[in-house]
Design a protein around this ligand. Structure first.
Ligand code: NAD
Ligand code: MG
Length: 401
């Protein structure tokens, strides 16, 4: 059997590390062609030593210089590239069959689009890329004859519950009446509302069921993550937000469900471990070892469901409204959220200021038809500028000064 060449964009992150673990267990099937990171030189160096890729890319040029020197001193033959050009190059290499898009946020958009244009199997973890540019992204997948497979656990579950041979981009799947998108509700599902203002980044990043990067952990706490996932589902599965019902399911055992016209509801269950959807996408339509513990359904005992409270989770409402508004609204929502979450993680704003900044940015930046990448990137830039001003205005440090 010939091996498949893999590029991992965002190799040092939570998804990147889980992907490498699945590859380690299936070394006879895959070879690592390229690994990328932002500026974690130690992390990427260790991965280069273990997986011996042909290329390593650091988004940060100084970090690239340091990685290059270390690999050279250790006698390792890895070509080190830098910046967005480097990321884009390794996303589209001829010798690469499959690209894991696991950079966090808008920074991952261009290489993910390049992988689609180059006709790769694109394993999409970087939901922000699709949220920003859904129509364009799906067109790129079609025009490049790429294969787009969802890594996000909910979307991977939905994909597994779709009719046989159906793939994202193939139009609305036959017989599907509704998607039930499950959500854990995050760490603050039951926290009294008057205590939310004092939540710290450490509390927000301590997710009850999943171990993830810091940005998506905060998004899970605010449920912006579920809002982004509603939009992600609309693009992947060719449905409308009204067809996607968000259901809180605190155990995170059912990863989402698909309801059919005849009343059947199909679900995918498993332990909350991202190696399952990663392995599913890597090997699809085959199945490979993922290192995930078997589900002990008896020990779990019960599965609970409830409707989300939009007063507690205004970010979910904002995302649904952005989908309805269409055009560049989702790109504006995403950019404002990235700025607000960053500011919260750096303790510049309170947790409860996040939705207000996003809503005000959506009200300020005019929504355009998302006719081109330039229009989308311009909306992203304007939203970042406005949200940054708002962060400055509400910053507690400024109040104290
Ligand atoms: P993370 O913060 O752990 O890792 C992010 C990776 O992206 C790192 O390798 C980092 O070096 C790289 N990166 C960050 N900024 C960059 C930049 N400006 N340029 C280039 N590279 C950059 O994040 P994560 O939790 O692994 O999440 C990655 C993506 O996958 C996100 O879009 C997230 O929403 C999605 N996702 C994650 C999970 C999960 O369980 N962690 C589940 C579903 C979806
Ligand atoms: Mg998810």
């Amino acid at each position: 059997m010939s091996t498949q060449g893999i590029t991992i964009l965002g190799a040092t992150g939570s998804i990147g590390v889980s992907t490498l673990d699945v590859l380690r267990r299936n070394a006879d099937r895959y070879r690592v062609e390229a690994l990328t990171a932002n500026r974690d030189v130690d992390g990427l160096y260790a991965q280069c030593v273990e997986f011996a890729p042909r290329y390593a890319v650091m988004a940060d040029p100084d970090a690239a210089e340091r990685l290059r020197a270390r690999l050279r001193d250790a006698g390792r033959e890895v070509e080190v590239l830098a910046g967005e050009d480097g990321l884009r190059r390794v996303a589209a290499l001829d010798e690469v069959d499959c690209v894991m898009a696991a950079i966090v946020g808008a920074a991952g958009l261009m290489p993910a689009l390049d992988a689609a244009r180059a006709g790769k199997r694109v394993l999409l973890a970087n939901k922000e890329a699709l949220v920003m540019s859904g129509a364009l992204f799906m067109r790129q997948v079609h025009d490049g004859s790429a294969e787009l497979l969802p890594v996000d656990s909910e979307h991977n579950a939905i994909f597994q519950c779709m009719p046989p041979a159906w793939v994202p981009g193939a139009g609305r799947p036959e017989g599907v009446s509704r998607i039930l998108l499950t959500a854990s509700g995050g760490p603050f599902r039951q926290t009294p509302l008057d205590q939310l203002a004092d939540i710290t980044p450490e509390q927000a990043c301590a997710h009850p069921n999943w171990d993830m990067g810091r940005k998506i952990s905060v998004d899970s706490a605010t449920m912006m993550n579920k809002g982004l996932e509603v939009i992600e589902a609309c693009w992947l599965f060719s449905v409308d937000a009204a067809d996607v019902q968000v259901v809180i399911h605190p155990q995170s055992v059912i990863h989402s469900m698909v309801q059919y016209r005849d009343g059947s509801v199909l679900a995918e269950l498993g332990n909350p471990d991202m190696r399952t959807p990663i392995a599913n996408c890597l090997a699809w339509p085959q199945r490979i070892e993922a290192g995930v513990a078997p589900l002990d359904i008896v020990a779990i005992g019960r599965l609970d469901f409830e409707a989300p409270d939009l007063a507690r989770f205004p970010c979910l409402r904002l995302a649904q409204e952005a989908w309805t508004a269409g055009g560049t609204a989702a790109a504006i929502l995403n950019a404002a959220n990235e700025i607000a979450v960053d500011a919260f993680l750096e303790r510049r704003i309170h947790y409860t200021a996040i939705p207000g900044i996003i809503e005000a940015t959506l009200g300020h930046v005019g929504v355009q038809e998302a006719v081109s990448l330039d229009v989308i990137l311009d909306a992203d830039r304007q939203a970042r500028e406005h949200a940054t001003r708002l962060v400055h205005d509400v910053s507690p440090q400024k109040e104290r000064a």
